[in-house]
Structures are given as structure tokens and as C-alpha cells.
Design a protein around this ligand. Sequence first.
Ligand SMILES: [Zn+2]
Length: 81
Amino acid sequence: MSPCPYCQCPEVYVAKVEDGMCCVACPRCSMGGPVSVDGDEQEAVHAWNSLCRKLCRNCRQVYIRRIIELRRRLQQEGKSV
Ligand SMILES: [Zn+2]
């Protein structure tokens, strides 16, 4: 199983959540993976393993780029009005 994408903790485990569902969870930062609705542990593990491994760096950069773009667009609109 892949380590936690947030804190790199390798001690992740499959946790049972309500209504027989399960997901992979991290004991250190308590991040939880995608929930398998029918309680299939393999499905939960597979979903966990396919999480974005570059979550922090990549996703944040995309987010920041979007904000910069939005701000630029707003400034342009402000000037043209
Ligand atoms: Zn973690």
C-alpha cells in the first residue's frame, strides 16, 4: 500500500467506517482515502493507491495559477469599464 500522500506515513491501514463502508486511513495525520461503499477492502486500497502522489505541490500550483489568472482577468475587466 502506498504511504500517505500528505505526511508520507507508511503505517496506513484499512479502516471500517459507518454502514459497512471502509477506506484507507493514516494514523499520523488522520487523512482518509476514498471510501469503498460496499466495504470492499481491495477497492479502498486501489483507490488509495491511485490518489495523486504529488497532491501538495502540483495541485497547489494549479490552484495558485488559477487565482493569478482570475485576478488578472478581473483587473483587465476593471480597466476596460
Ligand atoms: Zn498522513
